[in-house]
Write a protein that binds this ligand. Structure first.
Ligand code: ATP
Length: 316
């Protein structure tokens, strides 16, 4: 049997609109999701035993059954008991480069990599659609992470349609190392402040207006109109997170003063700025580094990519 090394990409949200609260506690969303080449490496090694083992030396990543990569492996074992009995367990090593609790879907992309990797290792021949269904049992962002690229996501994030690839963009990402935001807290606070008493799928007039912006965003992406894409960046969760974390607001403003379109990704606290070349991205990064000059602020340059999970190597 083969061992696999997989590259698992982070995502950013070019658009995140909360349409309404659902009775099951989740929210109906309209999102435009984009894979970027900031990525973790996931190594899967067959074990002779019937165990799932997980290693990750990042202090904020759980190494037990609560890790999403571990959950993905046990889900596969439960759904495909014959393959699990035949091929045995798996040893998972996560080399974490995506910041944790950052709104970049780090855990979700690790889970997607395990689904894709075990599909290969156990010779299951599942389609992307089947893997995405399994991913939806693990978390709202996992179905996107199975395929990645540029996608429109609705429902909880599980109804996906591919949009034309935006390969030419670079982003500068900024995250304060000591800050992480709980996704559950951000959504619950939004629900409490803006949706309570409106637990339905019905669109309010305000939401309807916003939905038109999502259609404009899709149109701008289809036309690859970079200026318009920048103008249409949107994230409802900024209304919750930015007032609570003024340094995140200031970071966004700093990017904007450098004439970049900027937005918080997902539930934050990572903020990204769009640029159209690696050189421009590097210049923006250097300027922000000098102007903010805070050792707690991590900055990265990343490129948009047209896929999420990639097999880097496989050996017998
Ligand atoms: P999302 O954007 O999907 O909401 P996020 O990027 O904000 O997620 P993650 O990096 O996925 O956040 O981490 C959220 C929490 O999930 C962490 O605090 C961590 O305890 C837990 N977690 C479980 N599995 C993993 C994993 N494989 N990698 C990172 N965090 C994980």
């Amino acid at each position: 049997m083969r061992s696999y090394s997989l590259i698992a990409s982070a995502k950013i949200n070019l658009y995140l609109e909360i349409i309404g609260a659902r009775p099951d506690g989740y929210h109906n969303l309209i999102m435009v999701l984009q894979s970027i080449d900031l990525a973790d490496q996931i190594d899967l090694r067959p074990l002779g035993t019937k165990d799932v083992c997980l290693h990750c030396d990042h202090p904020e990543v759980p190494q037990d059954h609560t890790n999403l990569a571990y959950k993905a492996a046990t889900l596969m074992a439960a759904k495909f008991p014959d393959a699990f009995a035949r091929y045995g367990g798996v040893d998972i090593t996560i080399d974490k480069r995506i910041p944790v609790g950052a709104g970049l879907a780090g855990g979700s992309t690790n889970a997607a990599a395990v689904l894709v990797g075990l599909n290969l290792m156990w010779n299951l021949k599942l389609s992307n659609k089947q893997l995405q269904y399994l991913g939806s049992l693990l978390g709202s962002d996992v179905p996107f992470c199975v395929v990645g690229g540029t996608m429109l996501a609705t429902g909880r994030g599980e109804y996906l349609s591919s949009l034309p690839a935006l390969d030419n963009f670079y982003v500068v990402l900024g995250k304060y190392r000591s800050l992480s935001v709980s996704t559950a807290w951000a959504y619950q606070t939004f629900r409490y402040q803006y949706l309570e008493g409106n637990v339905s799928d019905t669109l309010s007039t305000e939401n309807y207006k916003q939905r038109v912006y999502s259609e404009k965003m899709v149109y701008a992406i289809t036309r690859k109109n970079e200026r318009q894409i920048g103008q249409l960046l949107y994230n409802d969760l900024e209304r919750i997170v930015l007032p609570q974390y003024p340094q995140v607001q200031k970071l966004k403003e700093k990017f904007q003063h450098l004439e970049c379109a900027a937005m918080m990704s997902g539930s934050g606290p990572t903020v990204f700025a769009l640029t159209q070349s690696q050189q421009e991205a590097q210049q923006v990064l250097e300027s922000v580094k000098i102007e903010i000059s805070d050792p707690d602020l991590d900055l990265w340059v990343a490129k948009f990519t047209s896929s999420s999970i990639r097999v880097a190597s496989s050996v017998k």
